[in-house]
Every structure is written in structure tokens, then in C-alpha cells.
Design a protein around this ligand. Structure first.
Ligand SMILES: Cc1ncc(COP(=O)(O)O)c(C=O)c1O
Length: 429
């Protein structure tokens, strides 16, 4: 049986097309131009630093190296193409929360994007994103009102795991004249939301295909319990086990409800290569691969390069073997462990408090294969550190670090090329 989604941005029919050509150019232009008006509180400063080297930044400042980030995006697209399994990417925007980056991913061939929250999805739709899956439940009448309203601006889909939630969404969406795609979340071992039985999934799918204001879009199952497993083979087995479950739900929905699943979505940065080779999956949801962080850099076989760093200034050198810099817990999250710095500085992070990071000389600085490009560009040739010097610190977790910053400095060849407002920052409601 055919499913259908409303047309947006000139798309019609199944809602699987992405913006291209002039449409995408226009959205990028609307969204990416006029950075100084968008970030008015920083506008004078931004005008001054555009085109300048990162040594001109007031710190702590979040930067992304554009060449490395774009290479990561291209590597992912090339992998998916080469795998030949027919799996696309709907990258998670919780990582960057920045429409310009999401639009760049669309321009490279992403099917759409994922968001975690209605607020994040609103920020992305405002930034011109034409296709958004909220890979999470949205509950409560006020949020459902916002969800329905948003479905009139972008091709919107949401994860659902109860009939009651589906009915609430349908009622509000029909009232507002919206059309929300329903993606049934399946529990694949993550112990979060998600239906636990095939019967529940079939009932929800049937209902979604008959109720007004909604349409049945497919299934998702995120194997988050597997993404950081240190042993590559164990991770592969765990991920494939999760996809077996997800695909069995898809099959049951087809057999018992007569519905095709347009979306069968799974995977994070630690499991993309298993999902990307798995026939039957349609989208991978990975987000962190564009930036990387220490935790993923430490995870075997992930293979992307670090493009994201917090630029900090050394503000004190009170002892021969102690340097203090001006980043800290308010500019870098630490829930995934200690942050790192680039190996050529010859130091190690020894402590972190609210507004300070302590560095100590080390003959054995933290080395990760993915640091190489950033290190070669920004820390070589190695020279003794002193007060006023800038250092690049690598977050332990990119997504929660981005959420601490108003802006991202987009850097190419060491110079600030653009400044982006992190419009999804703090939009967790
Ligand atoms: C629903 C969902 N999909 C995908 C991801 C993957 O993200 P990452 O690339 O950071 O592993 C996450 C991470 O939390 C998630 O919650």
C-alpha cells in the first residue's frame, strides 16, 4: 500500500525528495547571509574578526575547521554510495544545532535531518530545512500544537510509541490542517522509548494510516547501547542484532497492516558502517561524525577526523609546569570524561573547573589518529607555550559542548571564513 506525505518546497508525493538546485540555494542564502544581523549582540566584533586568523578570537570560542568537516561529510556520503545497500543519511542535528551545517549536509545529498526536540526542529525549519524527523516522542498539548503548526512549514515526521500519543497528534494536526508523518519507535535494546511488541506496532501503524492529519512513514530503532562498545566485532554483532529486530517490525507491519515503511532508520557514529551496509535500512541517524570528539576518537574503527575545537587562551603560567587557560565547564561539557588538547603542544589536560582548564607538560600527550589534521594545521611547528597563546581543546562530547555556545566560528586555512549562530542552542523544550 502506498503512503503519501504532503508536498513542501515544491516536493510532492512521497516526501522523500530533498531540496536541490535553486530551492536549496535560496534557502542557504536566506539562512546563511547577514550573519551580523542574526547575531546582533556580536555584530561589530564579527565584522572585525571575519578574515582574521583564529589568534584574533576572544576566547573561549567554538570553532570548526571547514575543510575537515566537509571531508567528513564527503567520506560518509562516499561510504554509503560504495556500500551499495541503498541506505541514505538523515544526520542528527542535535550535534551542531546550526541550520547552515544542516543545509550543507543536504547539499551533499542527505535525505533530511533528525532533531531531538520540537524547539530544535523549529530552529531548523526557520533556517530553511525542508525535511525533519523528530526522533523522539513529543508529548503534551502545547508541544503537540507546536508540532502540528510546524508540519505546515516543513515535511515533518515524529517518533511515536503509543496509540494515545498518535491520537493526540492526529487530532491537533487535523484541526490545524497539518500533516505529520508517524515513525514508530521500536525498542532494539536501548531501554529508552519504543514499542516492545509487534502487536503494538501493527496497531499504531494501522491507526496512523487511517487517522486524519497524520500518515504512516515507517519505523526507527536507535541502538545507542552499542555505539561506544570498545570491541569492534562485539559492536557489529550488537548493532546487527538491533537491525534484525527493527526489520522484523517493518516486515510485520507490511504483512499484518499492508503498509510499506518509507523510513527504516537507525544508527549513530559508532555503528554507521554496520547500518550503512544493511539492506532494508533506509536512513542512518548519525550526527557526531562531522565534528568527532574524544569519546568517538577513542572508539575503534570510527575513522573520521576531528574538526571541532574550543579555542582557549593561556591566561596564566604561574609555575614552570603549569599553564592555565580560559575555557572550562561552562564552555566544554565533561559528561564523557576529560577533554583533550592537540599533541604537538606537549601538554596534557590535568584539571578542569568552571572557567579554567589546567595543562601540564607531558612527554606522552593524548594522541588520537583523528587529531592529525587539526594538529598539523594549528599546533605545528611545536613551540613553547606562553601567556596569551591560543590552544585548541577537543571536547569529550561534541553535542553537549555545542549546546553551550551562541556561535560557531567557521574556519578555513586558519582564517575565520564565517560566523554561524547556533540557533538550536538551548532549544530543548
Ligand atoms: C535517536 C538518536 N539517533 C542517533 C543518534 C546518533 O548520534 P551520534 O552520531 O552522536 O552517535 C543519537 C544520539 O544520541 C540519538 O539519540
Amino acid at each position: 500500500m502506498e503512503t503519501s506525505a504532503p508536498g513542501f518546497f515544491g516536493n510532492s508525493g512521497n516526501g522523500r525528495k530533498w531540496m536541490e538546485g535553486d530551492e536549496l540555494t535560496m534557502a542557504r542564502k536566506d539562512c546563511c547571509s547577514g550573519y551580523s544581523e542574526n547575531i546582533s549582540e556580536y555584530s561589530e566584533y564579527i565584522k572585525e574578526v571575519i578574515g582574521q586568523p583564529i589568534s584574533e578570537l576572544e576566547t573561549p570560542a567554538l570553532m570548526v575547521d571547514l575543510d575537515i568537516m566537509e571531508a567528513n561529510m564527503e567520506k560518509m556520503m562516499a561510504f554509503l554510495k560504495k556500500s551499495g545497500a541503498g541506505v541514505g543519511i538523515r544526520p542528527h542535528a542535535k550535534t551542531h544545532k546550526t541550520p547552515q551545517i544542516a543545509l550543507a549536509q543536504m547539499a551533499k545529498g542527505a535525505l533530511g535531518i533528525c532533531c531531538a526536540k520540537v524547539g530544535e526542529a523549529e530552529a531548523m525549519a526557520e533556517g530553511g530545512l525542508p525535511d525533519i524527523l523528530i526522533a523522539n516522542q513529543v508529548v503534551g498539548h502545547r508541544k503537540i500544537k507546536r508540532l502540528a503548526a510546524l508540519s505546515k512549514k516543513t515535511n515533518l515526521k515524529v517518533a511515536v510509541d503509543t496509540k494515545e500519543n498518535l491520537q493526540d497528534i492526529s487530532r491537533e494536526s487535523a484541526k490545524q490542517g497539518g500533516k505529520v508523518g508517524i515513525v514508530i519507535e521500536v525498542e532494539v535494546g536501548n531501554k529508552r522509548g519504543g514499542v516492545r511488541t509487534v502487536e503494538e506496532a501493527v496497531e499504531i501503524a494501522k491507526l496512523a494510516s487511517t487517522l486524519p492529519g497524520v500518515w504512516y512513514a515507517g519505523v526507527m530503532g536507535y541502538e545507542g547501547f552499542a555505539v561506544f562498545m570498545p570491541d569492534f566485532e562485539a559492536r557489529k554483532a550488537a548493532a546487527n542484532g538491533a537491525y534484525d529486530i527493527l526489520l522484523s517490525f517493518r516486515d510485520a507491519i507490511e504483512e499484518k497492516a499492508g503498509l510499506d515503511s518509507e523510513i527504516v532508520s537507525a544508527a549513530g557514529t559508532g555503528t554507521f558502517q554496520f547500518a550503512g551496509r544493511r539492506q532494508g535500512l533506509t536512513d542512518i541517524e548519525a550526527g557526531s561524525f562531522i565534528f568527532m570528539d574524544v569519546r568517538y576518537g577513542d572508539t575503534a574503527g570510527v575513522g573520521f577526523r576531528h574538526s571541532l575545537a574550543v579555542v582557549a587562551t593561556i591566561t596564566s603560567h604561574p609555575e614552570p609546569d603549569l599553564y592555565i587557560c580560559d575555557a572550562g565547564l561552562k564552555s566544554m561539557s565533561r559528561e564523557f570524561g576529560i577533554i583533550s588538547t592537540l599533541p604537538s603542544y606537549g601538554v596534557k589536560v590535568s584539571n578542569m573547573s568552571e572557567e579554567h582548564v589546567s595543562l601540564r607538560p607531558s612527554d606522552n600527550p593524548h594522541q588520537l589518529p583523528g587529531f592529525k589534521e587539526l594538529n598539523d594545521k594549528y599546533a605545528k611547528p611545536a613551540k613553547p607555550l606562553g601567556i596569551g597563546d591560543k590552544v585548541l581543546l577537543i571536547p569529550s562530547h561534541c553535542c553537549t559542548t555545542v549546546n553551550l555556545h551562541d556561535i560557531i566560528y567557521a574556519v578555513r586555512n586558519g582564517k575565520i571564513e564565517d560566523v554561524w549562530k547556533v540557533t538550536g542552542r538551548g532549544r530543548f523544550v
